[in-house]
Design a protein around this ligand. Structure first.
Ligand SMILES: Nc1ncnc2c1ncn2[C@@H]1O[C@H](COP(=O)(O)OP(=O)(O)O)[C@@H](O)[C@H]1O
Ligand SMILES: [Mg+2]
Length: 378
């Protein structure tokens, strides 16, 4: 039997909320029917950006931002139902990621006893009750907390989905999702799936571009492509310890944020803004490419999804650093880059509604696989 699910994703890029309406059969095979996107306006983006750091009255402001996220999600759901001609009663559930404002898993240092006792936290703003009320559909939310409670990183959660959609029986495939932060899944025939956050995605490039051009992002990487990479800044950025740590690992704006960037840029006042953009794009490409080289050197293809796949200059730099494999957009595998993460959350909701586990301990480092999320009935 085939059921309909909606997946909603608003990632660390803070660009807005992507949603898909998909049908999923009993085996978990998914087919996306329609896609919708609602952009966050600049003031709301600034509010969310501010909530990534401690600040006055943050409990109140977070709760209001959660309500606003739920309203934006409600608009996306409305659009998806209109486009598809389906009604709320036709949808089994919505998987709603929420907006991450803190991600503080405890780093795994190899001490199993300490790991057993320690619990970090992760916080995705949302008001799933309000979304259930607005949509008339069951909502699954807060997918990451259970994995942290089980000693995991709570991220990335998409590798199990990547496996279902992109794995091949005859070849090792790597999947790179370039959202605000980048994450990789490695899909080897006959082996457990591995995956981790490899470092910055669009977050730094978007911040720099918005500050210096007023545009929310560097379309197709056109601005970066006309600048020069600064070797000294690039070398300094590459010393960031997170890049050199071994998986399992995950990160967020807690680390790769404007304050972190300013620390590196302020002592280089002679640098032009365009050269910094070129350097940040190269940095993003190198952070991703070096993880592929270190941990997926047997991959024959790198399937790229997330908005970074639409940055032609970044894709060209990735291909240049990874000449031994094919660098492809997920579009060539039937799922456009901006639909992959939203489709993953539709699939994660499908798993939760069936009380099936969907986390991968081989990815997050948790003690075991868990049924993820909490259900808010319609
Ligand atoms: N045409 C494009 N050219 C360059 N970058 C793009 C383009 N379209 C989207 N992006 C980038 O992708 C980001 C959105 O990607 P997304 O996968 O939604 O990330 P997240 O999951 O973090 O929200 C934008 O902020 C922008 O940086
Ligand atoms: Mg996004």
């Amino acid at each position: 039997m085939t059921e309909h699910f909606i997946g909603l994703m608003s990632g660390t890029s803070l660009d807005g909320a992507d949603g898909v309406l998909a049908c999923i059969d009993a085996h978990g095979h998914i087919r996306v029917k329609v896609h919708a996107f609602v952009a966050f306006d600049m003031p709301f983006k600034a509010t969310l950006m501010a909530l990534n750091q401690s600040g006055p009255d943050e409990l109140h402001l977070s709760a209001l931002a959660g309500n606003q996220i739920a309203r934006h999600y409600g608009e996306v759901v409305h659009d998806l139902l209109q486009q598809s001609g389906l009604k709320a009663r036709d949808i089994t559930a919505i998987g709603a990621h929420g907006q991450t404002v803190r991600h503080r898993p405890l780093a795994f240092d190899g001490d199993a006893a300490k790991q057993q006792a320690a619990v970090g936290y992760t916080l995705q703003l949302n008001n799933p009750s309000l979304l259930a009320e607005l949509s008339g559909i069951d909502v699954v939310a807060d997918f990451r907390s259970r994995d942290l409670a089980a000693g995991g990183q709570g991220a990335p959660l998409v590798p199990a989905f990547h496996h279902g959609v992109f794995a091949r029986p005859d070849a090792c495939v790597a999947v790179l999702n370039i959202g605000g932060i980048s994450n990789i899944s490695v899909l080897r025939p006959g082996a457990v799936v591995t995956g981790w956050d490899c470092g910055p995605g669009n977050a730094l490039m978007d911040f720099w571009c918005a500050t210096h051009t007023g545009q929310p992002f560097d379309r197709n990487g056109g601005w970066a492509a006309t600048g020069q990479v600064n070797a000294s800044l690039l070398a300094a950025l590459l010393t960031e310890p997170f890049l050199h740590g071994a998986p399992p690992k995950s990160t967020g704006r807690d680390l790769f944020n404007p304050v972190w960037l300013e620390q590196h840029v302020q002592s280089r006042a002679d640098l032009s803004a365009i050269d910094v953009q070129a350097t940040l794009t190269e940095y993003t490409a190198l952070a991703c490419a070096s993880d592929v080289k270190r941990y997926a050197s047997d991959a024959t293809s790198l399937i790229v999804c997330g908005g970074g796949a639409l940055n032609g200059h970044l894709m060209a730099r990735l291909a240049l650093h990874l000449p031994q494999l094919q660098v492809l957009s997920s579009e060539t595998r039937g799922l456009p880059p901006l639909q992959v993460e939203a489709a993953a959350f539709a699939w994660l909701a499908f798993k939760t509604m069936r009380r099936e586990t969907s986390s991968l301990p081989s990815v997050t480092g948790a003690r075991g696989a868990r049924v993820l999320g909490a259900i808010y009935p319609r």
